[in-house]
Design a protein around this ligand. Structure first.
Ligand code: ADP
Ligand code: MG
Length: 571
C-alpha cells in the first residue's frame, strides 16, 4: 500500500482479477506512477452499486506547465481551480462509458456551478496540479470486469488527464478570465467598506436567472441590463478589469420598492448571492455584498433552541420566556426573530429581507392596528421599530424589499425603486411623502435594540452516532443534512448553494465537536475557531481521506445547521 507501483503492474493486477468477485478490486488500492502523472486509488468501493471508488491524479508542474501568475494569489487560484474542475468534468463526459452493473464505467468530478467556491476537487500549487474524482469500477453482475477496468484506468484516464490537466491543452484565455474575474470580485468585496458600502451592482450586470431551478443568466431580447441611478453611482479600480462603475448601496437602511413583477426580488437575490464570486459571464460577476450578509426569512415550523428573541418578542401568553426562547414549532414571526438574532450572534453586519418570504406581523404594525390592539396586548415589536436601532447601535445594515408598506419610508436612509427592471433613486420623494403625512404610527421600539445573548451548546447534545455507527453524517441534497439520528432541514437557508457545502458543513460539525465545542465556548467562538482552522489548513482538515467533494461555506450556514438541530441543548 505504501509502495509505488507502475502503470503496467496495475494493468496486470486488473487482468489477474478479471471475472472474480467484486471484492477482489480492493487489491488495487494504492499508488501508481504513470508516464506523466501519479495515480492514487484511495478508496475502492465494495460493491458495484455502492458509493463509487475515490481516486486522485497528480501531475507535476514540469509536465502540467501552469504559469504561476494564474494561481499565485488565493483569489486567482480558486478561479483557476474552478476552471480546471469544469474542464475535467467536461472531459469525464466524453470518457465515461457506462456499461455493466451499478455505477460501472462512471467517472466524475465535483462540478462547479455558477458560484466559484473553493473546493477540494482540484488543487494547484507550484509543485503539482491534483484532481480528485470518483470512478465506478466496472462489473458484470457482481464480478470484476478487469479488462474494462484496465481500459478505463490505463487508457482512458491518461487521455482525460492530458485533455483536462495540462495547461497547453486547455483554453488559456478562459483560464485567465476565471482567475481574473475571481480576483476582481474579491477586490471589489474587500473595497466596499472603505466607501462605507454594503453592496455593489456593476452597470451592465445581468441579474435575472433562467428559472427557479436554473441558475444561469436569463438570455434574450427582454433582458434589461442593470444601470445605476446617477445619485448612487460609484466606481472602483480593479486589478484586471480596470475601472468599473455601478450602484453602491451605502451602509444603513435601504428599501427596494416598486410594483409587483418589476424585479425587486431578483435584485435582492443577486445581493444575497453577492457573498460569492461567480464564473465569468454569469452576469453577476461584479455584484458583491458584504461577506457577512445573511438572508432572513420567516421559517415557521423550525425548531429554536434557547435564543434571546426579546428584542422582538415579549410578554407571550402564559408568561413564556423570550430571553431564552425554545420551540419545536416556531411561528412565522418568532422564527424570523430567531433567524435575525442568530445571524447577529455570529456577527452579521447586513440583513437581507424580502417581503415575499417575511411574516407580515413581524414587519409592520400600522396606525389602525395600534389603535385597535394596545401595545401591551401585542408581544411582537415589529421590525420597523428595530431596524434603525440595529444600525445606530450595532452598525448592522438592512436591505429590505417592501412594496407593500410606506411606513418604512420614515426609517430608511435610501429608497430605490424598480420600474420595469430599471432602478431609480426615489429617496427624496419617499421622504417628502413621509413628511407630508406626519407621524401616523407610534414607534414601539423602546430605548435600545436590546441584548444579543451568546449561547453555549452542550457538546453531548450534538450526537453524530446512529446505531452501531460512530458517525452517521450525510448530506441529503443541498437542503438537508443527516446528523446522527436527526435530519436537519436547511431548506430555508437560501445562501447555501451547493451540496458539497452541505457535506462540508456535516464534516465541520463533527470536527467542531471533536475540537472546539467544549461546553464553555459559545457557539460563535467554537465556529470561529473551526473557520480559522479551515482558513489555515484548508478544507482537508475536515476529512483526512482526501475527498474531492467538499466546498467552502461560511460560519453563518454552519451555525444555521447547529441552530436547526432539534436535540441541541445549551448550558
Ligand atoms: P418582484 O419581486 O418585483 O415581484 P421579480 O424580481 O420576482 O419581481 O421579477 C419578476 C420577473 O421578472 C421574474 O421572472 C424575473 O426573472 C424577471 N426579471 C427580473 N429582472 C429582470 C431584468 N432585469 N430583465 C428581464 N427580466 C427580469
Ligand atoms: Mg418579489
Amino acid at each position: 500500500m505504501n509502495n509505488w507501483q507502475s502503470q503496467q503492474q496495475l494493468k496486470q493486477q486488473l487482468s489477474r482479477i478479471d471475472g472474480r468477485g467484486y471484492k477482489a478490486y480492493k487489491d488495487i488500492a494504492g499508488k501508481y506512477r504513470f508516464d506523466d502523472f501519479d495515480l492514487f486509488i484511495d478508496y475502492v468501493q465494495g460493491d458495484p452499486f455502492a458509493s463509487p471508488s475515490r481516486l486522485r491524479v497528480r501531475v507535476s508542474q514540469q509536465i502540467a506547465g501552469y504559469p504561476t501568475t494564474l494561481f499565485n494569489h488565493n483569489s486567482r487560484r480558486i478561479g483557476l481551480e474552478a476552471y480546471i474542475a469544469a474542464a475535467f468534468a467536461q472531459a469525464c463526459q466524453t470518457a465515461a462509458g457506462r456499461n455493466g452493473s451499478g455505477k460501472s464505467g462512471l467517472i466524475a468530478i465535483d462540478r462547479p456551478g455558477q458560484e466559484l467556491i473553493e473546493r477540494t476537487a482540484v488543487h494547484i500549487n507550484t509543485d503539482f496540479v491534483e484532481a480528485r474524482f470518483v470512478v465506478g469500477l466496472p462489473a458484470r453482475g457482481r464480478s470484476v470486469m478487469g479488462r474494462a477496468a484496465a481500459k478505463m484506468l490505463c487508457e482512458d484516464l491518461p487521455k482525460l488527464v492530458n485533455a483536462a490537466l495540462i495547461y497547453a491543452n486547455g483554453r488559456p484565455e478562459v483560464m485567465r478570465r476565471f482567475a481574473e474575474t475571481n480576483e476582481d470580485a474579491d477586490t471589489l468585496r474587500q473595497a466596499l467598506q472603505e466607501q462605507n458600502l454594503v453592496a455593489f451592482v456593476a452597470d451592465d450586470s445581468i441579474l435575472p436567472r433562467r428559472s427557479g431551478i436554473d441558475n444561469r443568466p436569463l438570455k434574450g431580447d427582454n433582458v434589461v441590463q442593470f444601470s445605476s441611478p446617477e445619485s448612487l453611482r460609484v466606481s472602483f479600480e480593479l486589478p484586471n478589469r480596470g475601472r468599473v462603475s455601478g450602484m453602491g448601496i451605502p451602509a444603513g437602511v435601504t428599501l427596494i420598492v416598486g410594483g409587483g413583477f418589476h424585479g425587486k426580488s431578483t435584485l435582492l437575490n443577486a445581493l444575497e448571492r453577492g457573498i460569492y464570486n461567480h464564473r465569468p459571464g454569469d452576469g453577476r460577476d461584479l455584484v458583491v455584498s458584504d461577506p457577512t450578509a445573511v438572508k432572513i426569512r420567516a421559517e415557521d415550523g423550525r425548531s429554536v433552541v434557547g435564543v434571546n428573541i426579546s428584542p422582538f418578542i415579549n410578554n407571550l401568553p402564559h408568561g413564556r420566556n423570550t430571553q431564552n426562547f425554545s420551540s419545536e414549532n416556531a411561528s412565522g414571526s418568532t422564527s424570523q426573530a430567531a433567524n435575525i438574532v442568530e445571524a447577529l450572534e455570529l456577527g452579521s453586519q447586513l440583513l437581507l429581507i424580502d417581503e415575499d418570504t417575511a411574516a407580515t406581523n413581524f414587519m409592520i404594525r400600522d396606525q389602525r392596528m395600534q389603535a385597535l390592539i394596545a401595545k401591551d396586548k401585542e408581544p411582537i415589536t415589529p421590525f420597523i421599530d428595530k431596524v434603525r436601532q440595529l444600525y445606530d447601535e450595532h452598525g448592522v445594515s438592512t436591505i429590505l424589499v417592501i412594496g407593500g408598506s410606506g411606513d418604512y419610508f420614515e426609517v430608511a436612509d435610501h429608497v430605490i425603486a424598480l420600474d420595469s427592471y430599471h432602478v431609480h433613486d426615489v429617496t427624496s420623494e419617499a421622504k417628502e411623502i413621509a413628511a407630508q403625512h406626519g407621524r401616523p404610527r407610534t414607534s414601539e421600539g423602546g430605548q435600545s435594540f436590546g441584548q444579543i445573548t451568546a449561547r453555549i451548546p452542550t457538546p453531548k447534545s450534538l450526537d453524530p452516532r446512529k446505531g452501531r455507527r460512530d458517525t452517521n453524517v450525510k448530506s441529503r441534497g443541498v437542503d438537508g443534512l443527516q446528523f446522527g439520528e436527526e435530519h436537519i432541514d436547511l431548506w430555508s437557508v437560501s445562501q447555501l448553494v451547493d451540496e458539497s457545502q452541505t457535506r462540508a458543513i456535516g464534516a465541520a460539525l463533527v470536527y467542531a465537536l471533536d475540537n472546539h465545542f467544549d461546553g464553555r465556548r459559545s457557539l460563535a467562538e467554537a465556529l470561529d475557531l473551526t473557520m480559522q482552522d479551515i482558513a489555515n489548513k484548508g478544507l482537508d482538515v475536515l476529512d483526512r481521506r482526501y475527498v474531492g467533494d467538499l466546498a467552502a461555506f461560511r460560519p453563518f450556514e454552519l451555525g444555521a445547521a447547529v441552530n436547526r438541530y432539534r436535540p441541541l441543548r445549551l448550558r
